[in-house]
Design a protein. Structure first.
Lengths: 91, 479
């Protein structure tokens, strides 16, 4: 394990905080990422329908397999096309 | 860990030291005539004739005893050191051992060898192991499956390029580059006005790729940009292009191998590159000055990665910039200037200083906009072939300044908004007056660059040049 010395003024915690969640979804596009776990698609499809009922823009994405990280082109596509992502992690 | 004896003699030796090998018979005598412990630094089987030898290849005992030279002989009473000697000297050994007639077959004296525990790299690791570094910065553990570079990028420490991981060992070595106290506060770094200790600057200097001997220059550059007159906060926050440009003068340039010649403003020299980068990383990491946050630059300039070079003092007929600005000759110094990019000044035909000065002046008048005056300060980097023309004509630097200021007087009519079909410009009241492109003292001249090519450079400044904005600052380099 490498130990590094903090080059900053140490005003923030060493563990990076998560990005703040948006307060509203108005004007944002939500990505829905299916990681290819069994029946995840059913749940996420319904989630999309519920978002659509509220007038929230959304797009579906799917990983080819849950056993590996999402391929780079897919990650770049998601980063380009949507503002936030909902993904089902695992069962 | 081995424990020191309450009393008796302690010797520290290594096989790789001829004097230690020479004293083996004496150690044998001492083992018979007194209580002796022999600690071996390199080869646990040495000395073969001393069965009580103790393996100190981990160097813990050597370090705790602060051994610097082997062989070292120490007398201990009641757990405390009473006397010590190092190397081989019969009288000294007899005194420490309290015994007469030691090593009668040996020469009277022989110098010892450097102890392994104080070798470069080893001493740092021992200090870290025994928590003796005095380093205060927060330790951040990188997971075994985490890539160090990626971890540093994710924490926002990088200017965009890879960094040297600032391990405690590297920072400790970096701090060897200065005699200053690691906890000395150099100043408060804008925009967050956080204290920059020598240690924090050393951490960033490691990341930037500095060698320890560059650190005094980095410290001087940080001191310089923190001077009130430089207005570092404004230089950072402005939407204009500028960042600190660092010019290094004096003997340190050559001692650390800086480039003052071909491609002087370009890539390829470690000291030039790393010193300028270290300054920027200090502002980023200690001060929190990041692009699109407090750094509001519209375009910025490539020099905001690093912008540091040395003046070619040896090749110049003029006094160095630092001397011109009040530093005594032979004293190393840095001068910081809030500058941007590089405007080339091409003149391959002028062989008379008057003609060449006019070329410079006309080019200088174009900085920011031909319609703006007074506009900003400027740093002229005059190449050897251009300097030669002034030298051959006997023009001093003072003479060149004088001529350039004269030539940079602009008729007010040309500067009025709308003149030349350009909406940019000043009020109609300028007409009938003469306006200088530069404030008095707003020009600086250095000589640098390769021997071939009539290509000088103009580094333009901030529109807030002068006391209302940023003025160049010169600081001596201290060790």
């Amino acid at each position: 394990m490498t130990v590094l010395l903090d080059p900053t003024s140490e005003q923030s915690p060493t563990i990076r905080p998560r990005l703040p969640r948006p307060e509203r979804l108005d004007g944002l596009t939500v990505g829905i990422l299916d990681i290819a776990k069994a029946r995840g698609d059913v749940f996420l499809k319904r989630l999309g329908e519920r978002l659509g009922e509220r007038g929230v823009a959304f797009k579906h994405f799917a990983k080819p397999t849950n056993t590996r990280p999402a391929p780079l082109p897919l990650r770049q596509q998601i980063a380009t096309e949507v503002d936030l992502v909902i993904e089902g992690l695992s069962d | 860990m081995s424990v020191l004896p309450d009393g008796g003699l302690v010797a520290v030796v290594k096989r790789d030291c001829p004097t230690c090998v020479l004293t083996v018979p004496v150690l044998g005598e001492l083992a018979q005539r007194a209580s002796l412990r022999v600690y071996t630094q390199d080869d646990p089987s040495f000395p073969e004739t001393i069965p009580e030898r103790i393996d100190d290849t981990g160097l813990e005992i050597s370090h705790r005893l602060k051994v610097e030279v082997v062989p070292t002989l120490i007398r201990i009473e009641n757990g405390r050191e009473i006397d010590r000697t190092y190397g081989w000297d019969r009288n000294d050994w007899e005194r420490v051992a309290g015994l007469a007639d030691l090593g009668l077959g040996l020469p009277q004296s022989r110098p010892g060898c450097g102890a392994k525990n104080v070798e470069p790299g080893v001493i740092e690791r021992l200090k870290i192991r025994f928590n003796e570094t005095g380093i205060k910065s927060r330790r951040i553990a990188i997971g075994w499956d985490e890539d160090e570079q990626e971890a540093m990028y994710e924490r926002g420490w990088s200017d965009g390029l890879p960094l040297v991981p600032p391990t405690e060992e590297r920072v400790l070595k970096m701090l060897d580059g200065t005699a200053r106290d690691p906890q000395e506060v150099i100043g408060l770094i804008p925009p967050a006005l956080q204290p920059a200790t020598v240690e924090k600057i050393a951490v960033n200097a490691v990341m930037a790729g500095c060698k320890p001997e560059y650190l005094p220059v980095v410290l001087a550059a940080v001191e310089a940009v923190l001077e009130e007159g430089f207005a570092m906060h404004g230089v950072l926050a402005t939407t204009m292009f500028v960042g600190p440009v660092v010019v290094v003068n004096g003997p340190i340039r050559r001692r650390i191998g800086m480039n003052a010649k071909g491609n002087v403003l370009g890539q390829g020299n470690r000291a030039n590159a790393a010193i300028g980068r270290a300054l920027q990383l200090v502002i980023r990491n200690v001060g929190g000055g990041r692009p699109q946050e407090v750094d509001r630059a519209t375009l910025g300039n490539p020099g905001k990665y690093t912008y540091c070079f040395a003046e070619d003092e040896e090749g110049s007929c003029w006094e160095p910039l630092s001397v011109e600005r009040g530093v005594r000759p032979g004293q190393s110094a840095v001068t910081v200037f809030a500058g941007f990019g590089l405007q080339g000044m091409v003149d391959q035909k002028s062989r008379q200083p008057e003609s060449l000065a006019r070329s410079f002046a006309e080019s200088l008048k174009a900085i920011h906009n031909v319609k703006l005056a007074p506009s900003c300060d400027a740093l002229l980097v005059i190449c050897p072939e251009h300097e030669r023309t002034f030298r051959n004509a006997g023009w001093s630097k003072a003479r060149l300044y004088e001529e350039l200021y004269k030539l940079c007087e602009i008729p007010g009519e040309e500067l009025v908004a709308g003149a030349k079909g350009i909406a940019e410009g000043g009020p109609p009241s300028l007409a009938g007056n003469s306006v200088n492109k530069f404030r008095p003292g707003g020009l600086m001249i250095v000589r640098a660059g390769g021997g071939a090519g009539m290509f000088s450079g103009i580094i333009g400044g901030w529109s807030q040049g002068g006391p209302r904005g940023s003025i160049p600052i010169t600081r001596e380099v201290r060790n």
